[in-house]
Design a protein around this ligand. Structure first.
Ligand SMILES: NC(=O)c1ccc[n+]([C@@H]2O[C@H](COP(=O)([O-])OP(=O)(O)OC[C@H]3O[C@@H](n4cnc5c(N)ncnc54)[C@H](O)[C@@H]3O)[C@@H](O)[C@H]2O)c1
Length: 441
């Protein structure tokens, strides 16, 4: 059965791009850090728009990339603007409440956007049109049409647009991708199970005395600004905020995008005035026949956050997290033959009590797949970097050296479409087909 190709690339081009991914993840980083002299790399002056929780984390991370300086910050909420001024060490004159003023600055090459979801599209489109390169947080956009317009603007302006699905830059996820594509480890993948379960409300405490400095017509009160995730006008809920990372990985690993989705959801536990569901369950169907069962709940954290790729020879589990917390586990099917590198791995018991092999560089690189991505990434200094470190390193390399953008606008669009359609399916309580044209710009 024909599958929809990510990036609209042929299989051969896709593998070439994977090799480039490896060099970005590994060799690029080594080359930059080995110089030990940030002065030698081209300066990259950035502005940060939306500097709340993730915006501040992004700022700290991007400032570790050699040659990057943040010369301006923008936010409408006083406590966050002040915090970002301190992180970036910018004076009052370089702190804005209107992002368009920041975009007017000719000395700024690129911007990082980490505002609430509906503002991603207008801000990204304005930034690209102003000649800036952009890193925009996930979910790419509130609507499919918005995401398409962002992608079209990136193509027309020729500027870099990277979307913040950070697993795309992760060493262990890239390695897992290679293992799955070797077919020796899991065989043929037929099903995926993924979940992001928490036992927490998602509600944030509104800082006392926190002032909204601008956009009062849009943000009517601090509650809506601080808890934007809980309200329909500003949020696509759990699927967008959590599930999109995992549908993105599934699309990437399968090299196809879902063609249908069904599901159920509700506000059944946190009846606190929120408008978005506190639990979502859905099934995505891919053109190859693979089904992905997805769950995100907020009243029980069992199994936390992971993705299970289930094949006829084994199950590979990917678990995201900062640095060492990020890992992969392999459970062989009884009928599968022992892998040649298995003797070198540590063993660990999963939540189900079954013993799995912990995937690690020295063991799994012994796999002779012919695909080099895992070997390359895992023998370089990229190994001890978080996926967040690497995604900003990759972003800078795309801007400076024209390296391929990891999680570009098309990949971001491909991750957005299934999320919007899953929400539609759960709202309507029916199976929803996802026509292919929704993935095309
Ligand atoms: N990649 C990841 O792992 C990851 C993790 C968390 C959040 N995110 C994404 O980051 C984005 C922000 O999430 P967050 O948790 O930081 O939210 P947040 O509420 O903490 O921060 C958003 C910030 O945007 C500001 N803002 C709102 N309107 C603005 C405007 N008109 N101009 C300038 N600033 C404005 C808010 O005042 C706030 O400071 C979301 O898209 C979210 O999905 C990504």
């Amino acid at each position: 059965m024909e599958t929809i190709r990510i990036h609209a690339l042929s299989r051969r081009e896709f593998l070439q791009e994977s090799a480039l991914t490896a060099s970005l993840l590994g060799l690029g980083w080594t080359a930059t850090t080995a110089q030990g002299n940030p002065g030698k790399v081209e300066p990259l002056r950035i502005g940060a728009i939306g500097v709340g929780s993730q915006g501040q984390a992004n700022l700290r991370t991007v400032l570790k990339v050699p040659g990057v300086t943040c010369v301006a910050v923008c936010d409408v909420f006083e406590p966050n603007l002040n915090a970002a001024k301190r992180i970036a060490q910018v004076p009052d004159d370089d702190a804005y409440t209107d992002y368009r003023k920041l975009l007017e600055r000719k000395d700024i090459h690129a911007v990082i956007i980490a505002t609430p979801l509906p503002l991603h599209a207008p801000m990204t489109i304005d930034a690209l049109n102003a000649g800036k390169h952009v890193f925009c947080e996930k979910l790419m956009a509130y609507t499919i049409e918005d995401a398409k317009e962002m992608a079209r603007t990136a193509r027309r302006t020729g500027k870099v647009l990277q979307i913040g699905h950070s697993r795309r830059s992760s060493v262990s996820y890239n390695h897992a991708y290679e293992l799955i594509h070797s077919k020796k480890v899991c065989g043929r993948i037929t099903h995926i199970r993924a979940q992001w379960n928490r036992n927490a409300s998602w509600r944030r405490t509104v800082p006392q005395g926190g002032r909204i400095l601008a956009w009062q017509d849009y943000w009517k009160d601090p509650e809506h600004l601080v808890n934007w995730r809980l309200y329909k006008r500003t949020s696509q809920g759990l699927m967008a905020e959590l599930g999109s990372h995992q549908t993105h990985v599934a699309n990437w690993f399968l090299n196809e995008v879902p063609s249908a989705v069904c599901g159920m959801a509700g506000i059944d536990y946190w009846k606190d005035g929120r408008e978005v569901w506190d639990n979502v369950q859905c099934i995505f169907e891919y053109p190859s026949g693979v089904k992905m069962i997805y769950q995100s709940i907020t009243s029980n954290q069992f199994d936390g956050c992971s993705e299970e790729f289930m094949g006829d020879r084994g199950t590979l589990i990917t678990i995201a997290g900062d640095g060492a917390k990020e890992k992969g586990l392999l459970y062989q099917e009884p009928k599968a033959e022992t892998l040649d590198w298995a003797q070198y791995t540590a063993k660990e018991k999963g939540a189900n009590g079954k013993e799995g092999l912990v995937l690690n560089a020295s063991a799994t690189k012994k796999l002779t797949t012919g695909a080099k991505i895992g070997e390359t990434t895992l023998t370089t200094s990229a190994e001890d970097k978080t996926s967040y470190d690497l995604e900003f390193h990759n972003w800078a390399a795309s801007i400076r050296e024209g390296k391929p953008v990891l999680c570009d606008a098309i990949e971001g669009l491909h991750a957005t479409v299934p999320i919007i359609k899953a929400n539609e399916a759960m709202a309507r309580g029916t199976r929803v087909e996802i026509p292919r044209h929704l993935y095309e710009i």
